[in-house]
Design a protein. Structure first.
Length: 134
């Protein structure tokens, strides 16, 4: 019982770390694509005032590039993925902490073995079934 709980705690910790890493990676991609899609149109508007008529194609190219960044960000939805992975990282961490708390209590003060195992197994199965793919 105790060894199984320790292994489950370790598995929850590993899942939490992986989801946290995935969250940070997706957030990095989101920022990498979102900042240019916001700033490039501003740059284009500024340049449009000062460029001669035959060089205005530069502003069109900048706007096209900005649209490309926004399109990639929309298709891959990095912001939503970052949020979901961050949420599940926290959920796995909560289960891990709950198991750790159970293991720190004396055996006589713990919930019955079969009840606690069923509780944690069902929580982890639910998380595994609903968690975003890594």
């Amino acid at each position: 019982h105790e060894e199984f709980l320790k292994q489950m705690k370790l598995d929850c910790n590993n899942a939490s770390v992986k989801h946290n890493t995935s969250s940070k990676t997706n957030l990095w991609f989101y920022r990498l694509l979102a900042v240019p899609s916001i700033t490039l149109p501003l740059l284009s508007a500024f340049l449009n005032e000062y460029l001669e008529e035959d060089l205005k194609i530069i502003t069109s190219a900048i706007l096209l590039l900005s649209s490309g960044f926004a399109g990639v960000n929309t298709i891959f939805n990095f912001g939503k993925k970052a949020q979901q992975h961050n949420e599940y990282s926290g959920k796995y961490y909560d289960v891990q902490q709950e198991i750790a708390y159970t293991l720190t209590r004396k055996k006589k003060n713990r919930m019955a073995c079969d009840i606690s195992l069923e509780k944690y197994i069902s929580k982890v199965k639910l998380l595994n079934g609903n968690a975003p793919q890594l």
